[in-house]
Design a protein around this ligand. Structure first.
Ligand code: GSH
Length: 227
């Protein structure tokens, strides 16, 4: 039975997991896409609560095992689909390598929330507001500086090979870079640009990142009255 992935294609919380599943699909591990219509409240039904009791996307079903929370879903998927002896695993077994990945994943929860606050995602999409919240701009810059530093020291976020941390960091940095007009010029972040180019060449990129992100960007800009 393939893994069943419950998600909304435009949700930033789902995107890294979707990229990961599509990446594994490219290596032969299939999964089933189950789109959850969050707009119509499909995540608040009795049926969906069996997948994720917190009524959030993403959710995952593996036989009769169900779980929520994107970062732990990503770790679980890797444990199920990766060869445990693999040296360059997306979710490493080695305690120190795994700790570096986990360390970014935990931090990413805060950084994604700050990016949401800065972009005023709630206000723009649900309350008719058109402003970003500039008071969070410094936090967002500090985050990008930290990512630039990681990528100056190593080729990827948590070391010298691609891991799940890269998928999550790609989504969070991308929200800032692609939605905020104040970060369109990323020339002071050359390592981030080089790393993003590398990830954009993965076969999962167009379907699970580029196309849905373009929809998100168009919707966000239209709501803010920008062209
Ligand atoms: N920490 C959770 C966050 C999930 C989350 O907030 N998902 C949003 C979509 S981006 C959602 O389900 N929103 C629906 C709601 O809150 O009613 C994760 O990473 O999985």
């Amino acid at each position: 039975m393939p893994l069943e992935f419950f998600f909304s294609p435009t949700s930033p919380s789902c995107r890294a997991v979707w990229m990961l599943l599509e990446h594994f699909k490219g290596c032969g591990a299939d999964y089933e896409e189950k789109v959850v219509d969050v707009q119509s409240g499909a995540h608040k039904t009795e049926e969906y609560r069996k997948i994720n009791v917190f009524e959030k996307v993403p959710g995952l079903k593996d036989g009769d095992f169900c779980m929520g929370e994107s970062r732990s879903i990503a770790a679980y998927i890797c444990r199920q689909l990766e060869d445990e002896k693999k040296q360059d695993a997306l979710y490493p077994q080695d305690p120190k390598c795994k700790a570096k990945v986990d360390s970014y994943l935990y931090r990413d929860i805060t950084e994604l929330t700050k990016a949401f606050d800065y972009l005023n995602i709630g206000g723009v999409f649900f309350r008719g507001e058109t402003n970003m919240c500039k008071e969070y701009e410094e936090d967002v810059k500090n985050y990008l500086d930290a990512v630039e530093k990681f990528l100056t020291e190593n080729k990827f976020i948590a070391g010298n090979h691609l891991t799940v941390a890269d998928f999550f960091a790609y989504v969070t940095t991308g929200l800032i870079y692609q939605l905020s007009e104040n970060f369109e010029d990323m020339s002071s972040y050359p390592k981030i640009l080089e790393w993003r180019k590398h990830i954009s060449e993965l076969s999962c990129h167009k379907k699970t990142y580029e196309d849905p992100m373009e929809m998100t960007r168009n919707a966000y800009r239209a709501k803010r009255g920008l062209q």
